[in-house]
Design a protein around this ligand. Structure first.
Ligand SMILES: [Zn+2]
Ligand SMILES: [Zn+2]
Length: 341
């Protein structure tokens, strides 16, 4: 048995020779500073906590900011903390907390309070975005005319991609999207992002890409700022067009990063063209420019249609099992009319 040096009481747990009650008497066990400043971005409304910008409810951010500044005497172990948050004005919250502590296995309760003050600022991402910062330009161009629908599809694809990637990396954003003669320019906050996206577009559309660097500045510390332009040249052919490949006519039915699928207009067999050979795929007739002919009669494998020029009835071969409507698309190959699937 040990005696407390302060009160003389018998005890088996002492701190610095005193019993726990005497040890904690008149001693602040938990401390909070008078106030804690919490940075909030006025643009995206995210909070700066633990050196990162995060999206949070204000009350949660306030609590976290206060708890981060909580200190307890070294002899104590924090068991649990409860907080009460009251808003004092637009920018100030009072945080009162009660902490259950263990000192030499004796539970004691400590209280502390602080004012959390919201400080308006602009986070780095927003300041860059608002300042039109960019490191990469995606130049989307097309060998043929860039149709509105495809342009919109590409922009949507880029937006989705950036949104997905920015969830794990806040530095990634689109600075601007602008229509220019012959296509669109998309400015991006990061070179790596530009590279990823140009690769994705190349794979998706069988596009050619080209990168060019430019030096835009040199900082006082000697570090250089680069910009990279990624030219993404979409091929003229689109899925659905009539194309030629090594002298034969096909319908382009599918494009992926490994290559394209082509369906022959004679015999309707599908072939696969690897990516490297796709430069030999040429547009014969864009789908939008194709004529239609009226169907007089059809049965499985053939259709009787009105010749688009002479209006005589002619027979065209159609794929087995294909439903034929009241009109069909066709291509004219030096006077010969071929059904277009
Ligand atoms: Zn004592
Ligand atoms: Zn922000």
């Amino acid at each position: 048995m040990i005696f407390c040096v302060e009160c003389g009481k018998d005890t088996d747990k002492t701190v610095d020779g005193a019993c726990v009650e005497c040890f904690i008497k008149d001693k602040p066990l938990a401390k909070l500073p008078h106030h804690v400043d919490l940075q909030v971005c006025t643009n995206c409304e995210e909070f700066s906590l633990n050196k990162a910008w995060v999206e949070k409810e204000a009350a949660d951010a306030v609590e976290e900011a206060a708890l981060a500044k909580l200190s307890v005497i070294k002899e104590a172990r924090v068991l649990s903390v409860g907080t009460r948050i009251t808003r004092q004005d637009q920018k100030t919250y009072k945080v009162e907390l009660e902490a259950d502590l263990a000192i030499r296995d004796t539970e004691v309760r400590a209280e502390a309070s602080t004012l959390v003050r919201l400080k308006n600022t602009v986070c780095k991402r927003c300041s860059r975005q608002l300042g039109n910062y960019y490191e990469a330009i995606l130049q989307i161009r097309s060998d043929g005319a860039l149709e509105d629908s495809l342009r919109d599809e590409v922009v949507r694809r880029v937006r989705n991609e950036v949104e997905g990637q920015s969830k794990t990396d806040r530095r990634l954003f689109i600075t601007s999207v602008s229509e220019v003669t012959g296509g669109i320019d998309i400015k991006l906050s990061s070179i790596a992002l530009g590279k990823n996206i140009s690769r994705d577009l190349a794979d998706r559309y069988g596009a050619e890409t080209k990168e060019s660097f430019s030096l835009v500045g040199q900082a006082a510390d000697g570090s250089e700022t680069h910009r990279v332009t990624f030219l993404v040249r979409l091929p003229e052919h689109r899925v659905g067009d009539a194309v030629t490949f090594d002298g034969k006519l096909y319908k382009l039915t599918y494009v992926s990063k490994s290559g394209a699928k082509l369906m022959a207009l004679q015999g309707f067999k599908t072939i696969f063209v690897p990516r490297a050979d796709m430069v030999r795929v040429r547009v014969f007739k864009k789908r939008a420019e194709m004529g239609t002919a009226t169907v007089v009669f059809s049965k499985d494998g053939e259709a009787e249609i009105l010749h688009p020029v002479t209006y005589e009835t002619i027979i065209v071969v159609t794929p087995k099992g294909e439903e034929i409507g009241e009109t069909v698309r066709f291509v004219d190959v030096e006077g010969e009319i071929l059904y277009f699937p």
